[in-house]
Design a protein around this ligand. Structure first.
Ligand code: 4NP
Length: 144
């Protein structure tokens, strides 16, 4: 799960997908394309909205996406088209590029919809993001 800062959207996506799959069989991790928040806890608003839905994401710490992640993971879900461009730039082969997918394509195929960045908005943005990611992760979990 990849977003820009790895403190708002992708930690939520990681927590939500982990809650829907067998984590002894499927490894779910998140990262940001930027490195500003490496080592930090998720944003308090993401922690709170996760808690409201019964998920604890306080074990997560910020990481930056690296080209090595293409070797480790089979699927790379990005939150928006800007993340898509940044991640695809790091791919070193067509098969690596094919691993990258907009997460909302799961529920709105081909529409190129973004999960909006809630960082500069209010708390209600985080609940909306949660709902979008929950629907997308439900699809992913049944497909994997
Ligand atoms: P995220 O939100 O990509 O959903 O984690 C952001 C968090 C921090 C920043 C940008 C986006 N930032 O510029 O620090």
């Amino acid at each position: 799960m990849v977003c820009l800062g790895n403190i708002c959207r992708s930690p939520l996506a990681e927590g939500i997908l982990k809650s829907k799959v067998d984590t002894s069989k499927i490894e779910v991790r998140s990262a940001g394309t930027g490195g500003w928040h490496v080592g930090e806890l998720p944003d308090p608003r993401s922690i709170e909205v996760a808690q409201q839905h019964g998920l604890d994401i306080t074990d997560q710490r910020g990481k930056q996406f690296s080209t090595y992640d293409f070797e480790i993971y089979d699927h790379i879900f990005v939150m928006d088209t800007s993340n898509y461009r940044d991640v695809v730039k790091l791919a070193t082969s067509p098969s690596e590029k094919e691993k990258v997918q907009l997460i909302l394509d799961e529920i709105y195929p081909g529409e190129k919809r973004d999960v909006p960045d809630p960082y500069h908005g209010g708390d209600e943005g985080f609940e909306k993001v949660y709902q979008m990611l929950d629907a997308a992760c439900e699809k992913i979990a049944t497909r994997l």
